[in-house]
Design a protein around this ligand. Sequence first.
Ligand code: AMP
Ligand code: MG
Length: 420
Amino acid sequence: MDSCTTPGLMPIDDALANMLKSIAPINATTNKPLADSIGYVLAQDLHSPINVPPFDNSAMDGYAVRIDDLTETTTLTIAGKSFAGIPFQGQWPIGSCIRIMTGAKIPQGCDAVIMQEQVSVKADDADFSQALPLRDQQNIRSLGEDIKQSNLVLPKGHRLTPRDIPMIATLGIPTLTVLNKPKVAFFSTGDELKPLGTELKEGEIYDSNRYGIKIMLEKFGCEAIDLGVITDDKEQLRQAFIRGQQQADVVITSGGVSVGEADYTKIILEELGQIGFWKIAMKPGKPFAFGKLIATDNTSDAIFCGLPGNPVSAILTLYILVQPLLAKLAGHSDWKPQPIIPAKALTPFNKFPGRTDFQRGIYSINEDGQFEVSSTGNQSSGAFRSMSIANCFIILERERGKVEVGETVHIQQFAPVFYS
Ligand code: AMP
Ligand code: MG
């Protein structure tokens, strides 16, 4: 048995359920110009104020006709022009057609547009014999065919993506009411942690977790407040927890939650709030703390998440356990984890029963369209290169043992937050 396999580990789903039930979404809103609204969550259902397109218009450069005019003849006189933004005005006599451009308003009575490549024009006459027969409404984009006035276009709780922005712009909406982003204060703990750009003395390492935590919080749609590195000093830690609680909705730390160390963290947190130190049945990421920091002044209570210090564990628990919590807090109700996909193991995977493993892997799709996956190698919770070169987690079920080549495993592709 793995030395870390101990009874009483909390299953991941129980930890998630415990965390989610203790928080309510933010309800404070703000107005954002459309162009700055990316990553925010809609505070209200968004209904379209207009039809899109707002008028029948041409899908082609060509000629607008009445189909009936082409029953006796294949040639019509060009009676005028309709350009995008400059519609044809007036009447067009029976037996005539209108030159029309893509996006131009369809003249009254027109029931088909013929693309110009199918038309031969001599002086003022257009011959349509190449284009017959015609289909009613061909090449006409009708009023409201994309979006009908007053229809729901995006629901409350939707987090705005780059694909939503141009769609909302077609509705002419300049400003959106969005939920405020959750404020998340974070700091690293540890006497051994040194800033980048300094020289390491014996026993020291660079503080890498804060860099990962900051960028991921921003990707999750939070406002990240960096409180730096706090040494393993009781008073410094207490002050940092209080600063975090006063400034933020959530306080996240890394380090100091393993068994038998950083006693200060535990003592201070018990003084400042209600904190549970959990042992989660996941690997890496067993030590995890969750609770609440209680306000003693006129500020608000803050949620507390204590990530393990090992770099892979810190980012993994942030991604698997804290991300759903932040999504709920942000009001992002259409947030979903990445799907779990079966894949064929191309390498063996070491595994002891007892915890759900999140090994780092590289998947590809073979010529039969099947997913295949290899290990990234060293799976130590301190070996962050395994995250950097991976493109998925290999999720090995809690009671599973060693995996041999050719067995089916389950993978979870990295979400876009891990990519750009
Ligand atoms: P701890 O949870 O404080 O016992 O830390 C576990 C391991 O993670 C130790 O090897 C720490 O040095 C390392 N560690 C803790 N915090 C960080 C950090 N911010 N960046 C990189 N490594 C860290
Ligand atoms: Mg430490």
